[in-house]
Structure formats: structure tokens, C-alpha cells
Design a protein around this ligand. Sequence first.
Ligand SMILES: *Cc1c(COP(=O)(O)O)cnc(C)c1O
Length: 416
Amino acid sequence: MFSQKKIKEIRDQFPILKTKINDNSLVYIDNAATTQKPIKVIQTANEFYIKQNSNIHRGVHFLSRQATEKVEFVRKQIQKMIHAKLSSEIIFTKGATESINLIAYSIEPLIKKGDEIIISYMEHHSNIIPWKILCDRKQATLKIIPINKNGLLELEYFESIISYKTKLVSITHLSNVLGIINPVKDIIKKSHKYGSMVLIDGAQVPSNLDIDVQDLNVDFYVFSAHKMYGPTGIGILYGKKDILDTIPPYQSGGEMIKYASFKKCNYSDLPFKFEAGTPNIEGIVVWGSAIDFVQELGIKNIQLYKKELLIYAIKRLNSIDGIHLYGGGMNNIDVKSSIISFNLDRLHYFDVGMILDKLGIAVRTGTLCAQPLINFFNVEGMIRVSFSIYNTFQEVDYLYECLIKAKNMLFKSVIL
Ligand SMILES: *Cc1c(COP(=O)(O)O)cnc(C)c1O
């Protein structure tokens, strides 16, 4: 595992962590919303505009060739990172949300009235709403896999509803609220038995786990760069070539067309068929350097350190009177990543979040883009802490102290 010294070296690479809030050092534990960026990634963005800026795949000139090469290099980096068979199976989008919408529109011709799409209770809104809209458009039925009190999917229920009517199963790999890692390989296998396609929402995964799309045998896999130390506004859709070849494009325009006249058009080959318009070239190039950052540290090392931090945090938080941790705490430790959502008895999550903010701690509060899941636990909102490689055991101690402080302050005001 990384030593304290190594973690300090890593922290030093993140300039934003030097921020002071009301004289308190920033404790950034909202990493499931977005991670901070190391200096190397920030410098890559500068360098791009100073030395490399140009449009891609179009110009005959030096800069355009160079930018094109960079973009295609990053595509190959991602192909290797997720063990895809072909780099043309990697489609650049603006993020996980756009990737899911792309599929929700492009598979429309495959969905008939009465067909079914299965999702789960623990999905992010971006893996719920596109399917709800598709089902409404096509008079198809959206079916939901429930979860148990510990936050695990009810897999027996899933097996009871999957059928030949199921056209798509779309499940999160790692819940952004509970931190639970779902048994997606098993779900994919069971779905394929009925001929259903499977999309896995991997938005939380690249900074936490290894991804092997061929081993999973998944049809579509999506994530964004900004939750793995990269920039916002860029992400990917991975799709199996034989499926992507047969479904229509989601948007049209430049780049995605091989031949165009007013009578006829031929689409480009993959991946360009799904990449209409000038992409986020800067974002792609900068993402490449975020991937280097993760790979230099090693995802296994990151995983080990974050697990230790998670265990420590669960134990400290559990020792607070009146705290409710959602998603099983230590019971689920083998399938849990470094995200903890909780509430404090009789206190409003928002008030707690405000006090933490005054003390320099950045957490997420509210419905966490997963309202059905929040409702499942019969609350209106939660407080979420989510760790990254630059967080420390001392920060967990500080969080603990501040929660006690918040409790004392708020309780006083409740009693008065
Ligand atoms: C963040 C997140 C998304 C959406 O990602 P964007 O980058 O906002 O498109 C989808 N699913 C999960 C599980 C997430 O955590």
C-alpha cells in the first residue's frame, strides 16, 4: 500500500488542495461528483493551446496531422485500458450521459411495442431517464430490479423478470450513492441467454477498478473522463463492433459522412459514424494525460489505498451516535468502493452539509442524482463522502470531529 509519504507526494501534485476555506484547509471528499486534476493534466491543457491546437481528420497541414495523431493515440490508450478488441469500438462523446442517450436513440429501431428494458433501483438519473423516454416513445415497458436493505441488487427478482421480451438491460457497475460494486458479469451472462443486449454504466469505475470489456462480454460500456482526474465534457461509449455497425447514428453532420449529396449519403466507418462534428479535441488530449496519471500509480495500488481509507472511515463514522450508513457499511466491504452515504438522526442533510462547508469540507448532499434510490430508503436526501487517492486518514479524523461539531451545534438549535 502507498506510504503516507507517497500520498503526500501525490497531494502535492494537486494545486487546488492548497485552497483555504475560512482559514481551514480544503478537505475535498466529493470525488464521486468529480475528481480534482493533477498539475500534469492542467499543463497538458495549456500546452495543447500553446503548441498543438488544430481541427482533426481534415487538414493536410502539420498541426492538423499532429492533433489527429494525438486524438487517435488516446483512443488506443482507452482501448488498452478497457481491453477492447478494436480501437474503432471506442466512440468519443461528451460523457457517460451522452453515451447512454446515444444508445437510447440509436437502438430505437430495435424496440417494438411490448418489449422490455430492465434497469435497477440504484441507477443514476442518466441511466433512468433516457430509458423511460425511450419506453414512452415505443410503448415498451421499463422494469426495475429492487435492492435489499443492505443496498444489494435482488438478483433472484432479476432472474424472474428477464425474458425474451427483454431487449436491453442497463445497470450501474458501481453505485454513485452506495459505493456497491454490482456482479455485472453474471448479469450480462444471464441477459445474453435471452438475447438481450446489456449496457453497463461505468461512470464511477475507471478511478476504482480495472475494466475488461471482453472478459465481461458487455455490449456497451460508458464513462466520463472527469471522474478519473481528466477534464469535463469528454467521455466514451464502448460498443461491440457488430452492434454499432448495424444501428443508425445518433447525430449527423461533418465527419460522420463518407459521401454526401442531396439525394444520398453514406455513413463513415466506425468510430466516426458516431462522432458528428468537431469533437472536444482538447478534452481528449488532456484525458490522455489523466490516464497516464492513473496508470503510473497503478489501479491496484489506488484500489488498496482507497479500501483502507474506506474501512477506517466506516469505523470512525459508525462510532457517531445516531448515524445511519446506507449500503451496508462493513457488511458489504468486499463489494464496496470508497463512497459512503449517510444521515444523522433528526438532522437535515443540508444543514450538516452547510456546516461542513464552513469548516472546509466539500461533500455532496441531497438526492445525489438518484432520487428513486433515495426514496427507497425513505429519506429526502443524504450526505455523501467519496474518497480519492489524495485523501488521507487525517482528513477522515477531521471529518469525524466536524460531524460531532455539527451535531452539537444543530442539536443545540433544535432544543432551543
Ligand atoms: C456521474 C455519473 C453519471 C453521469 O456522468 P456524467 O459525467 O455527468 O455524464 C452516470 N452514472 C453514474 C453512476 C455516475 O456516477
